[in-house]
Ligand binder design. Sequence first.
Ligand code: ADP
Ligand code: TYD
Length: 205
Amino acid sequence: MPAPRFITFEGIDGSGKSTQARALAARLGDAGTEVVLTREPGGSPGAEDIRQLLLTGDPGRWSAETEILLFTAARRDHLEKTIEPALLAGQTVVSDRFADSTRVYQGATRGDLRATVDRLHALMIGREPDVTFIIDMDPAKALKRGLARKSGEDRFEDFGLPFQETLRHGFLTLARAHDRCIVIDGDRASEQVATEIAARLDALS
Ligand code: ADP
Ligand code: TYD
């Protein structure tokens, strides 16, 4: 099988996705692979502007429906300007979050909006990663890690622990439905987590 070239990281806030995305990109780069490390929301100048609208301010600032539109607008720009050009140029893309985040954060937390998310995805994005690592861990521990960062982009962390529990359940349910998803235990030293991810990726090619 050809090596996966579009790799995403998903999970609840503070689970260690960004740390692991960085570690994997560095590892692949050291091995001579051309890698683009990117993130959502964001990853292109226009999408980074939309990120600010989404992640700052009052938790009740946007309805779930409006969020779906904004995240999808950001993703479309990210896809057009960053992801597709990189894949076309033969590079590997490692993205810290992608469409699974919308499926879970907007699709499964405030009413069942999953059908709306899926329709908009089919219409405007229509692309899935080759492999998705879902970093799983206890939300109480993850929330402590995340809030310790104090990034100023805490709108979703500010929804609190029950919200994060719902998200965890949502990601695990999603993983069971898609063969491309690999669940990784994130409650270990980051080097240990990174070693397992590299091994699972190697096993795919
Ligand atoms: P996410 O992107 O999932 O929100 P980050 O990678 O930004 O998570 O990690 C959140 C915080 O937890 C950071 O301060 C990071 O240094 C720390 N962290 C990440 N992975 C681990 C780990 N395995 N053990 C302990 N702390 C970690
Ligand atoms: P991120 O910067 O990855 O935050 P963290 O490091 O805390 O995990 O993502 C920002 C927030 O945006 C995060 O709380 C999840 C949320 N989000 C959605 O609600 N829907 C989406 O489609 C995406 C990509 C992110």
